[in-house]
Design a binder for this molecule. Structure first.
Ligand code: WTA
Length: 674
């Protein structure tokens, strides 16, 4: 049982389960453990294993109970689960409306004056939006959409920055039963075009631009380019965020393009919520693929809302009357859908919504926001944490962060050293860190500690949440109770994807064929002797070095464990002798010298921490690592750099200049070294 036994894990080995054999070798040993701080325990929502036990005894009964207590239904469901593998229906026959649950319910129950969002614009403009005010805006925009001819089932594409009009737009879609497809504002017009085409969107909601590091990102221009080839789009609604005084002039196509403020001024403030079936489509969210056709992940209504509300409540130990919650993701990603909009609003939480980057106007912007709004729960990505480590502790130290009580992490494996840094320097060693594993496809957090209960190990997501059944298996699909393999889910869950839009075959093939009867979406994980789960990256991020399958994450963690290193990305480059050779791209903490001896020191450190097999052959120092806009390190690109290949599409890069720098350095180093 996870959560009570704190004996250190032993290094390598497979479980006692018959013939199961570790599929990925398990080298990295983390021995530190953190029980819930005494100050935290007493008031926590979950301090015993009651929820786990209830779900274990009767999984469907457990979810039915959550659906009843967390969601308001207009009509009850007939069956909790209909499972026709791999197609699931949850709460079939039940009727509800998601925007009703996020807004009207709170007004009805006297919570209209509670703050829904503290909006903080990048230039420093601020808005406080209560539930009552948010409801008015949503009703208005729902009427606007209806007036533009958007009917139940029509798709609406949304391409905006992080401004309050973004949650307003998607809640308005939910209100009238028009599925939304949010396309992250950092994507190119080509990416927008392919997503509009796939969904056949009827309306696009956008803004003239969005502030990013003091400069406007011209969104409407991107829409104009995308719309040259998208016949389904009848109207474009444009929010004026930047304005001409901010340097953005947009061209409005007569008859097609309309200003948000003009339409809202004359729209009625009441729009009855559409009666939606539990299995009606709530939204599409495309997962980015650079070459293949993007996959439109389908999420439906009742099961999704139930599980995001449940996880938001228990994983963050939400006390909605007193907490100020901040998920610093972008609504363009699933994290923002589930944990900036739907989960928090369903639970009546007060959230921060921040438009810009962490380093504008200076590198303490986040800590300033936390101090200003007395944020109690922070949810962000390891890439952010490692960047803050690189910048140094002077920035958080300038601010009072004592309001914080829970810290969350999502999106990538969090290296133990980054975890410890987050725990100590941001959380003041008093806030549990919840490392939450999930995916666009899962819709909701699936594996995570519970902060009032779990004994934490830095770098481990601990165990499947109540109501989730996860197992690590070997190459043949045999269950591993110890060692490294593939993370799979064995039972449908309420927020699971219902398919890939327009392509049921691709859905089956992508997620359900590698291990029959199991959902598998590409993540490697290991289980330790205490049953803790450690995610070790995508399985295509496993290197094969002289026949040993070594996880890139483990080598990265060993590098970040060195006091000089802020961030590391490790890839396997083709090598005639060893199959693959380990190449590490490393950024050092501020003020650290990239002296020649450093490489040798780091190589020795990895060998000491993991073993000689994991010693990187080459270390390349770089100021930045290439990342997607959601903050994931682009290992594919680094692999190409390491292999000396031409680089493919890099439009999703945060900073394309990095690539050139890395490429040049890689060329200089790789061929000089052996
Ligand atoms: C990775 C983001 C390790 C994983 C919610 C997954 C993680 C992919 C974690 C999904 C975590 C997410 N530990 N890896 N806590 N959380 N991942 O669809 O590889 O943007 O498959 O969803 O991110 O990314 P997506």
């Amino acid at each position: 049982m996870v959560g009570s036994d704190t004996s250190p894990m032993e290094p390598i080995g497979t479980g006692p389960s018959g013939d199961a054999r570790a599929a990925i070798e398990d080298f990295y040993v983390e021995e530190r453990t953190f029980p819930p701080p005494a100050s935290f325990g007493a008031g926590a929502l979950a301090t015993t294993r009651e929820l786990y036990d209830a779900a274990e005894a009767d999984l469907e009964g457990f979810w039915a109970k959550q659906a009843e207590s967390l969601v308001d239904w207009f009509e009850p469901w007939e069956r909790v689960l209909v499972w026709d593998p791999p197609f699931a229906k949850w709460f079939e026959g039940g009727k509800l409306n998601v925007s009703y649950n996020c807004l009207d319910r709170h007004l009805r129950e006297g919570r209209g004056d509670r703050v829904a969002y503290y909006f903080e614009g990048e230039p420093g403009d601020r808005r406080v939006i209560t539930y009552a005010e948010l409801a008015v805006e949503v009703n208005r925009f729902a009427n606007v959409l209806k007036d533009l001819g958007v009917n139940k089932g029509d798709k609406v594409a949304v391409y905006m920055g992080m401004i309050p009009e973004l949650p307003v737009a998607i809640l308005a879609c939910a209100r009238i039963g028009a599925p939304h497809s949010v396309v992250f504002g950092g994507f190119s017009s080509k990416a927008l075009e392919s997503r509009i085409l796939d969904a056949e969107a009827k309306v696009v909601v956008t803004a003239d631009g969005s502030w990013r590091r003091g400069n406007p990102v011209r969104l409407k221009e991107g829409v104009d380019a995308a719309l040259e080839n998208t016949p389904s789009v009848e109207h474009v609604v444009v929010v004026r965020r930047i304005g001409e005084e901010g340097g953005v002039q947009v061209s409005m196509k007569p008859g097609r393009d309309l200003w948000w403020h003009d339409l809202m001024a004359s729209a009625g403030t009441e729009c009855a919520p559409e009666l939606m079936d539990s299995e009606d489509l709530l939204y599409l969210l495309y997962t980015s693929g650079t070459t293949a056709r993007p996959k439109g992940i389908m999420h439906t209504t009742g099961g999704y809302l139930t599980q995001v509300a449940f996880t938001h409540k228990y994983v963050f130990d939400l006390h909605p009357e007193t907490d100020v919650y901040w998920c610093a993701a972008d609504i363009g990603w699933v994290t923002g859908h589930s944990y900036i909009v739907y989960g928090p609003l369903a639970n009546g939480a007060t959230s921060v919504l921040y438009e810009g980057t962490p380093d504008y106007p200076d590198k303490d912007r986040w800590w300033d926001i936390i101090e200003r709004y007395k944020v109690t729960i922070l949810y962000c990505a390891p890439t952010g944490i490692r960047t803050f480590m690189k910048w140094g502790t002077v920035y958080p130290e300038k601010h009072d962060l004592s309001s914080l009580r829970v810290l969350g992490s999502v999106g990538e494996p969090i290296n133990p050293e980054a975890w410890i840094w987050y725990y100590e320097h941001i959380g003041g060693s008093r806030c549990p860190v919840v490392d939450t594993w999930w995916q666009t496809e899962t819709g909701s957090i699936m594996v995570s500690p519970l902060p009032g209960l779990s004994v934490l190990k830095p770098g481990s997501a601990v165990e499947a949440l109540p109501g989730v059944r996860g197992e690590v298996v070997d190459d043949e699909g045999r269950v591993l109770t110890r060692g490294g393999g593939y993370f799979t889910l064995t039972h449908p869950w309420p927020a699971m994807l219902r398919g890939i839009y327009g392509d049921p075959e691709r859905y089956k093939e992508t997620y359900w064929t590698r291990f029959p009867g199991r959902y598998f979406a590409g993540d490697g994980a290991k289980v330790d002797g205490d049953g803790y789960i450690w995610f070790i990256g995508r399985v295509d991020d496993v290197m094969n070095v002289s026949g040993h399958r070594v996880s890139t994450t483990e080598v990265e963690s060993a590098l970040v464990d060195h006091p000089s290193v802020a961030e590391a990305a490790v890839v396997g480059a083709n090598d005639p002798t060893t199959g693959q050779a380990i190449v590490a791209f490393v950024t050092l903490r501020s003020g650290e010298e990239k002296a020649g001896a450093r490489g040798e020191e780091l190589r020795a450190h990895v060998a000491m921490r993991i073993g000689p097999i994991a010693r990187p052959k080459t270390i390349i120092f770089t100021d930045e690592l290439p990342k997607t806009r959601s903050g994931k390190i682009m290992r594919r690109l680094l692999r190409d750099v390491a292999d000396g290949h031409d680089l493919g599409d890099t439009t999703t890069l945060a900073d394309p200049e990095v690539v050139d720098q890395i490429r040049t350095m890689a060329e200089e180093r790789l061929f000089a070294e052996d």
